[in-house]
Design a binder for this molecule. Structure first.
Ligand code: ADP
Ligand code: MG
Length: 268
Protein backbone atom coordinates (compact mmCIF):
# COMPACT_ATOMS: atom_id res chain seq x y z
CA UNK A 1 0.00 0.00 0.00
CA UNK A 2 2.51 2.64 -1.16
CA UNK A 3 0.31 5.72 -0.72
CA UNK A 4 -0.83 4.64 2.75
CA UNK A 5 2.83 4.18 3.78
CA UNK A 6 3.62 7.64 2.40
CA UNK A 7 1.11 9.36 4.66
CA UNK A 8 1.52 6.95 7.60
CA UNK A 9 3.90 9.20 9.60
CA UNK A 10 1.70 12.26 9.34
CA UNK A 11 -1.38 10.23 10.24
CA UNK A 12 0.32 8.68 13.29
CA UNK A 13 1.34 12.16 14.48
CA UNK A 14 -2.26 13.36 14.16
CA UNK A 15 -3.33 10.26 16.10
CA UNK A 16 -0.76 10.99 18.84
CA UNK A 17 -1.92 14.58 19.09
CA UNK A 18 -5.44 13.28 19.57
CA UNK A 19 -6.64 14.96 16.37
CA UNK A 20 -8.24 11.74 15.14
CA UNK A 21 -9.33 8.39 16.53
CA UNK A 22 -7.65 5.13 15.55
CA UNK A 23 -10.64 4.27 13.41
CA UNK A 24 -10.48 7.61 11.61
CA UNK A 25 -6.74 7.11 11.01
CA UNK A 26 -7.31 3.70 9.43
CA UNK A 27 -10.14 5.15 7.37
CA UNK A 28 -7.97 8.05 6.15
CA UNK A 29 -5.14 5.68 5.14
CA UNK A 30 -7.46 3.37 3.23
CA UNK A 31 -9.29 6.22 1.44
CA UNK A 32 -5.94 7.70 0.32
CA UNK A 33 -4.76 4.33 -0.93
CA UNK A 34 -8.01 3.54 -2.77
CA UNK A 35 -8.16 7.00 -4.36
CA UNK A 36 -4.64 6.60 -5.67
CA UNK A 37 -5.42 3.14 -7.05
CA UNK A 38 -8.63 4.36 -8.67
CA UNK A 39 -6.86 7.33 -10.26
CA UNK A 40 -4.19 5.00 -11.61
CA UNK A 41 -6.79 2.60 -12.97
CA UNK A 42 -8.63 5.40 -14.76
CA UNK A 43 -5.38 6.86 -16.14
CA UNK A 44 -4.26 3.50 -17.52
CA UNK A 45 -7.72 2.71 -18.91
CA UNK A 46 -7.88 6.09 -20.69
CA UNK A 47 -4.57 5.34 -22.42
CA UNK A 48 -5.73 1.83 -23.34
CA UNK A 49 -8.97 3.29 -24.71
CA UNK A 50 -6.92 5.67 -26.91
CA UNK A 51 -8.87 8.55 -25.38
CA UNK A 52 -5.83 10.70 -25.88
CA UNK A 53 -7.48 14.12 -25.88
CA UNK A 54 -9.44 14.20 -22.70
CA UNK A 55 -12.72 16.02 -23.12
CA UNK A 56 -15.38 16.27 -20.45
CA UNK A 57 -19.09 16.94 -20.29
CA UNK A 58 -18.35 19.67 -17.75
CA UNK A 59 -16.16 21.32 -20.36
CA UNK A 60 -18.93 21.35 -22.97
CA UNK A 61 -20.78 24.64 -23.36
CA UNK A 62 -24.34 23.52 -24.08
CA UNK A 63 -25.50 27.12 -24.45
CA UNK A 64 -23.38 27.35 -27.61
CA UNK A 65 -25.33 24.48 -29.19
CA UNK A 66 -29.04 25.18 -28.51
CA UNK A 67 -30.21 22.41 -30.87
CA UNK A 68 -28.64 19.93 -28.47
CA UNK A 69 -30.73 18.76 -25.51
CA UNK A 70 -28.38 18.76 -22.50
CA UNK A 71 -30.67 16.42 -20.58
CA UNK A 72 -30.47 13.83 -23.33
CA UNK A 73 -26.67 13.88 -23.17
CA UNK A 74 -26.69 13.67 -19.36
CA UNK A 75 -28.99 10.62 -19.53
CA UNK A 76 -26.58 9.05 -22.05
CA UNK A 77 -23.77 9.66 -19.53
CA UNK A 78 -25.56 7.23 -17.22
CA UNK A 79 -24.39 4.63 -19.76
CA UNK A 80 -27.55 2.54 -19.99
CA UNK A 81 -27.09 2.60 -23.77
CA UNK A 82 -23.73 0.88 -23.25
CA UNK A 83 -25.28 -1.87 -21.14
CA UNK A 84 -28.05 -2.30 -23.72
CA UNK A 85 -25.45 -2.56 -26.54
CA UNK A 86 -27.09 0.28 -28.46
CA UNK A 87 -25.63 2.50 -31.15
CA UNK A 88 -25.44 6.25 -30.59
CA UNK A 89 -25.13 8.38 -33.73
CA UNK A 90 -23.89 11.95 -33.41
CA UNK A 91 -24.56 13.66 -36.71
CA UNK A 92 -23.77 17.25 -37.62
CA UNK A 93 -21.51 19.69 -39.44
CA UNK A 94 -17.81 20.16 -38.57
CA UNK A 95 -16.96 21.81 -35.27
CA UNK A 96 -20.31 21.19 -33.56
CA UNK A 97 -18.81 19.03 -30.82
CA UNK A 98 -19.35 15.49 -32.10
CA UNK A 99 -15.82 14.32 -31.24
CA UNK A 100 -15.89 16.23 -27.96
CA UNK A 101 -19.12 14.55 -26.85
CA UNK A 102 -18.02 11.09 -27.97
CA UNK A 103 -14.72 11.47 -26.08
CA UNK A 104 -16.51 12.80 -22.98
CA UNK A 105 -18.96 9.88 -22.98
CA UNK A 106 -15.96 7.56 -23.45
CA UNK A 107 -14.30 9.10 -20.39
CA UNK A 108 -17.51 8.59 -18.37
CA UNK A 109 -17.61 4.95 -19.46
CA UNK A 110 -13.95 4.41 -18.49
CA UNK A 111 -14.54 5.98 -15.07
CA UNK A 112 -17.52 3.67 -14.60
CA UNK A 113 -15.28 0.68 -15.33
CA UNK A 114 -16.44 -0.16 -18.88
CA UNK A 115 -13.89 -1.12 -21.52
CA UNK A 116 -13.71 1.52 -24.24
CA UNK A 117 -11.84 1.99 -27.51
CA UNK A 118 -11.72 5.19 -29.54
CA UNK A 119 -10.72 5.30 -33.21
CA UNK A 120 -11.55 7.02 -36.48
CA UNK A 121 -13.26 5.16 -39.32
CA UNK A 122 -10.17 5.58 -41.50
CA UNK A 123 -7.88 4.07 -38.84
CA UNK A 124 -10.33 1.29 -38.06
CA UNK A 125 -10.74 0.29 -41.70
CA UNK A 126 -6.97 0.60 -42.21
CA UNK A 127 -6.34 -1.77 -39.28
CA UNK A 128 -8.91 -4.27 -40.59
CA UNK A 129 -7.47 -4.11 -44.13
CA UNK A 130 -3.95 -4.71 -42.81
CA UNK A 131 -5.18 -7.65 -40.72
CA UNK A 132 -6.90 -9.10 -43.78
CA UNK A 133 -3.64 -8.91 -45.77
CA UNK A 134 -1.80 -10.58 -42.87
CA UNK A 135 -4.41 -13.34 -42.60
CA UNK A 136 -5.42 -12.19 -39.10
CA UNK A 137 -8.79 -10.54 -39.79
CA UNK A 138 -10.70 -12.83 -37.43
CA UNK A 139 -8.38 -11.98 -34.55
CA UNK A 140 -8.62 -8.28 -35.32
CA UNK A 141 -12.41 -8.39 -35.37
CA UNK A 142 -12.32 -10.31 -32.10
CA UNK A 143 -10.05 -7.59 -30.67
CA UNK A 144 -12.51 -4.83 -31.58
CA UNK A 145 -15.36 -6.90 -30.15
CA UNK A 146 -13.70 -7.00 -26.73
CA UNK A 147 -14.77 -3.46 -25.84
CA UNK A 148 -18.11 -2.68 -24.23
CA UNK A 149 -18.05 0.64 -26.09
CA UNK A 150 -16.40 1.20 -29.45
CA UNK A 151 -16.27 4.83 -30.59
CA UNK A 152 -15.82 5.38 -34.33
CA UNK A 153 -15.17 9.03 -35.09
CA UNK A 154 -15.08 10.92 -38.37
CA UNK A 155 -17.36 8.93 -40.62
CA UNK A 156 -17.64 10.90 -43.83
CA UNK A 157 -14.58 13.14 -43.86
CA UNK A 158 -12.35 10.84 -45.88
CA UNK A 159 -13.43 8.49 -48.67
CA UNK A 160 -13.48 4.87 -47.47
CA UNK A 161 -10.84 2.70 -49.17
CA UNK A 162 -12.14 0.05 -51.63
CA UNK A 163 -13.39 -2.97 -49.68
CA UNK A 164 -13.45 -0.85 -46.50
CA UNK A 165 -17.23 -0.89 -46.25
CA UNK A 166 -17.24 -4.66 -46.38
CA UNK A 167 -14.62 -4.89 -43.61
CA UNK A 168 -16.49 -2.39 -41.45
CA UNK A 169 -19.68 -4.39 -42.01
CA UNK A 170 -18.00 -7.56 -40.76
CA UNK A 171 -17.05 -5.79 -37.55
CA UNK A 172 -20.46 -4.13 -37.10
CA UNK A 173 -22.14 -7.48 -37.67
CA UNK A 174 -19.88 -9.17 -35.12
CA UNK A 175 -20.72 -6.50 -32.51
CA UNK A 176 -24.43 -6.33 -33.40
CA UNK A 177 -26.56 -6.61 -30.22
CA UNK A 178 -23.40 -7.49 -28.27
CA UNK A 179 -21.56 -4.23 -27.81
CA UNK A 180 -22.37 -0.52 -27.87
CA UNK A 181 -20.97 1.97 -30.35
CA UNK A 182 -20.81 5.72 -30.76
CA UNK A 183 -20.52 6.85 -34.37
CA UNK A 184 -19.89 10.44 -35.37
CA UNK A 185 -20.54 11.72 -38.87
CA UNK A 186 -20.94 14.90 -40.85
CA UNK A 187 -23.03 13.00 -43.45
CA UNK A 188 -26.68 12.09 -43.50
CA UNK A 189 -27.48 8.37 -43.72
CA UNK A 190 -28.72 8.86 -47.29
CA UNK A 191 -25.12 9.59 -48.28
CA UNK A 192 -23.66 6.35 -46.91
CA UNK A 193 -23.96 4.63 -50.29
CA UNK A 194 -21.61 7.18 -51.81
CA UNK A 195 -19.45 7.27 -48.71
CA UNK A 196 -18.79 3.54 -48.70
CA UNK A 197 -18.79 3.35 -52.49
CA UNK A 198 -21.34 0.54 -52.35
CA UNK A 199 -25.08 0.99 -51.77
CA UNK A 200 -25.60 -2.69 -50.89
CA UNK A 201 -22.99 -2.64 -48.13
CA UNK A 202 -24.25 0.74 -46.92
CA UNK A 203 -27.81 -0.60 -46.65
CA UNK A 204 -26.63 -3.67 -44.72
CA UNK A 205 -24.54 -1.47 -42.42
CA UNK A 206 -27.42 0.91 -41.71
CA UNK A 207 -29.76 -2.03 -41.13
CA UNK A 208 -27.57 -3.07 -38.16
CA UNK A 209 -26.56 0.40 -37.07
CA UNK A 210 -30.05 1.91 -36.97
CA UNK A 211 -31.66 -0.99 -35.09
CA UNK A 212 -31.43 -0.24 -31.31
CA UNK A 213 -30.07 3.20 -32.17
CA UNK A 214 -30.18 6.69 -30.76
CA UNK A 215 -29.69 9.45 -33.31
CA UNK A 216 -28.66 12.90 -32.14
CA UNK A 217 -28.57 15.55 -34.82
CA UNK A 218 -26.62 18.70 -34.00
CA UNK A 219 -27.62 21.66 -36.10
CA UNK A 220 -25.41 24.54 -35.17
CA UNK A 221 -22.36 26.49 -36.10
CA UNK A 222 -18.75 25.53 -35.60
CA UNK A 223 -17.25 26.11 -32.17
CA UNK A 224 -13.85 26.27 -33.85
CA UNK A 225 -14.91 29.30 -35.88
CA UNK A 226 -16.79 31.09 -33.12
CA UNK A 227 -14.14 33.75 -32.58
CA UNK A 228 -13.37 34.22 -36.24
CA UNK A 229 -16.80 33.82 -37.78
CA UNK A 230 -16.77 37.51 -38.72
CA UNK A 231 -13.58 36.94 -40.73
CA UNK A 232 -15.16 34.20 -42.81
CA UNK A 233 -17.32 35.52 -45.64
CA UNK A 234 -21.00 34.68 -45.13
CA UNK A 235 -21.33 32.62 -48.34
CA UNK A 236 -18.36 30.43 -47.33
CA UNK A 237 -19.44 30.19 -43.69
CA UNK A 238 -22.85 28.86 -44.57
CA UNK A 239 -21.89 26.70 -47.55
CA UNK A 240 -18.31 25.45 -47.69
CA UNK A 241 -17.45 25.36 -44.01
CA UNK A 242 -20.67 24.43 -42.36
CA UNK A 243 -22.10 22.10 -44.94
CA UNK A 244 -20.24 18.96 -45.99
CA UNK A 245 -18.59 18.86 -49.38
CA UNK A 246 -20.20 16.47 -51.90
CA UNK A 247 -18.56 13.06 -51.96
CA UNK A 248 -19.00 12.41 -55.63
CA UNK A 249 -16.40 14.10 -57.82
CA UNK A 250 -17.66 17.34 -59.26
CA UNK A 251 -17.44 17.97 -63.01
CA UNK A 252 -14.03 19.45 -63.75
CA UNK A 253 -13.96 23.15 -64.37
CA UNK A 254 -11.66 24.48 -67.01
CA UNK A 255 -8.77 26.72 -66.09
CA UNK A 256 -6.46 26.53 -63.11
CA UNK A 257 -7.27 24.04 -60.37
CA UNK A 258 -8.65 25.78 -57.29
CA UNK A 259 -6.17 26.32 -54.48
CA UNK A 260 -6.63 24.00 -51.55
CA UNK A 261 -8.33 25.72 -48.71
CA UNK A 262 -11.17 25.56 -46.26
CA UNK A 263 -11.65 23.25 -43.36
CA UNK A 264 -9.07 20.69 -42.33
CA UNK A 265 -11.40 17.77 -42.73
CA UNK A 266 -8.95 15.16 -41.52
CA UNK A 267 -9.08 16.92 -38.20
CA UNK A 268 -12.84 17.32 -38.23
P1 ADP B 1 -16.62 17.96 -34.51
O1 ADP B 1 -16.09 16.62 -34.12
O2 ADP B 1 -18.12 18.04 -34.51
O3 ADP B 1 -16.04 18.45 -35.80
P2 ADP B 1 -15.20 18.82 -32.16
O4 ADP B 1 -15.88 18.03 -31.09
O5 ADP B 1 -13.86 18.33 -32.58
O6 ADP B 1 -16.16 19.02 -33.40
O7 ADP B 1 -15.09 20.33 -31.66
C1 ADP B 1 -14.09 21.20 -32.15
C2 ADP B 1 -13.38 21.88 -30.99
O8 ADP B 1 -14.29 22.74 -30.32
C3 ADP B 1 -12.89 20.91 -29.93
O9 ADP B 1 -11.72 21.44 -29.35
C4 ADP B 1 -14.02 20.88 -28.92
O10 ADP B 1 -13.55 20.58 -27.64
C5 ADP B 1 -14.54 22.29 -28.99
N1 ADP B 1 -16.00 22.39 -28.82
C6 ADP B 1 -16.94 22.10 -29.73
N2 ADP B 1 -18.17 22.39 -29.27
C7 ADP B 1 -17.99 22.85 -28.01
C8 ADP B 1 -18.90 23.31 -26.99
N3 ADP B 1 -20.22 23.39 -27.19
N4 ADP B 1 -18.35 23.69 -25.80
C9 ADP B 1 -17.03 23.65 -25.61
N5 ADP B 1 -16.13 23.23 -26.52
C10 ADP B 1 -16.59 22.84 -27.72
MG1 MG C 1 -14.67 15.47 -35.01
Amino acid sequence: MPRAIEILDATVRQLERGEMTALEAIDALLVEELTLRENRRVKTALVMARLSTIKTLAGFDFSFQPSLDKNRIMVLAELKFVDRAEVLHLVGPPGTGKSHLSLALGVEAVKAGRSVYFTTLADLVGALAKAERDGSLREKIRFFCRFALLIVDEIGYLPVIPGGGNLFFQLVNARYEKGAMILTSNRGFAEWGDLFGDPVVATALLDRLLHHAIVIQIEGSSYRLRQHADLVPEHIRSKALIQPQPLTPQPKRRGRPPKHGGVDHANG
